[in-house]
Design a protein around this ligand. Structure first.
Ligand code: FE
Length: 253
């Protein structure tokens, strides 16, 4: 099945990329299953909720989802959190910076106890008894309190908004140079600074990564493509690197 991007007897990674309505920014959702436990990454908004719930039920009963990971606070990540906590027994993890913002998305007070704050330096969560998932700091890429997930059981890095692409019509990046046009504008505006990108590149360089899966757009598959992406962002000027006084002027009436 095309949705299964990693498959072994004990470990599966399922990628959902077609559930977003046309007017909304395309968003990917991911389900990691290890043995009989699941982790749902960046489940998305209300329009995605019922479709994702029925599609993931093909792979695992919702009651066996142990964790919901929220990379940051944006609506395409967290808007349906109340529904997910009601239909599963999962704990949701989000940066401590965003904990108290979730009630604004309709999180019921009796469910608030199942949302767990992640400290700035990240954490490790264990799935199915023996698969350790590394919650990596990725602050300011783009959100001030932002995390990514490295899954050593599949060797996949789930990079959130970093690596996002918009407008392409393919599933896996084939030609990195041609793919840049679909990433560049987003990264230059949304990512905060090259300094942060270099810190991130230093952190992930020693990880054994076979695939980078962003929250929007296409997947980087294979060590060469992963290396190309890391080198590209490491050298990219973004965000505050590009600001000039021209952007900060009172508009003329
Ligand atoms: Fe975002």
């Amino acid at each position: 099945m095309k949705n299964v991007i990693f498959d072994s007897p004990e470990h599966k990674v399922i990628f959902f990329e077609e559930l977003t309505p046309a007017s909304a920014v395309q968003s990917n959702q991911v389900l990691i299953i290890h043995k009989d436990e699941g982790m749902l990454l960046d489940p998305g908004g209300h329009k995605v909720f019922s479709k994702l719930l029925s599609e993931l039920s093909v792979y695992i009963p919702p009651s066996q989802i142990k964790y919901i990971f929220l990379s940051h606070q944006d609506p395409d990540i967290v808007a349906s959190i109340n529904g997910w906590l009601m239909t599963t027994k999962a704990e949701a993890y989000i940066s401590k910076l965003w904990m108290r913002f979730l009630p604004h998305f309709g999180l019921d007070s009796q469910l608030e106890g199942r949302v767990k704050p992640i400290d700035d330096n990240g954490t490790v969560l264990t799935l199915g008894g023996d698969c350790k998932l590394y919650i990596l700091p990725a602050h300011f890429l783009h959100s001030e309190g932002n995390f990514q997930v490295y899954d050593p059981c599949s060797k996949i890095l789930f990079s959130g908004d970093l690596g996002a692409s918009l407008g392409q019509d393919y599933f896996f990046v084939e030609d990195f140079d041609k793919h840049i046009r679909y990433m560049e504008g987003f990264h230059r505006r949304y990512m905060v600074s090259n300094k942060v990108l270099r810190f991130w590149a230093n952190m992930v360089k020693d990880l054994d990564i076979e695939m980078i899966v962003p929250q929007h757009g296409a997947i980087f598959k294979g060590k060469d493509m992963v290396k190309r992406f890391i080198e590209w962002v490491e050298n990219l000027e973004v965000g505050v690197d590009l600001l000039t006084q021209d952007m900060y002027k009172v508009p003329s009436g």
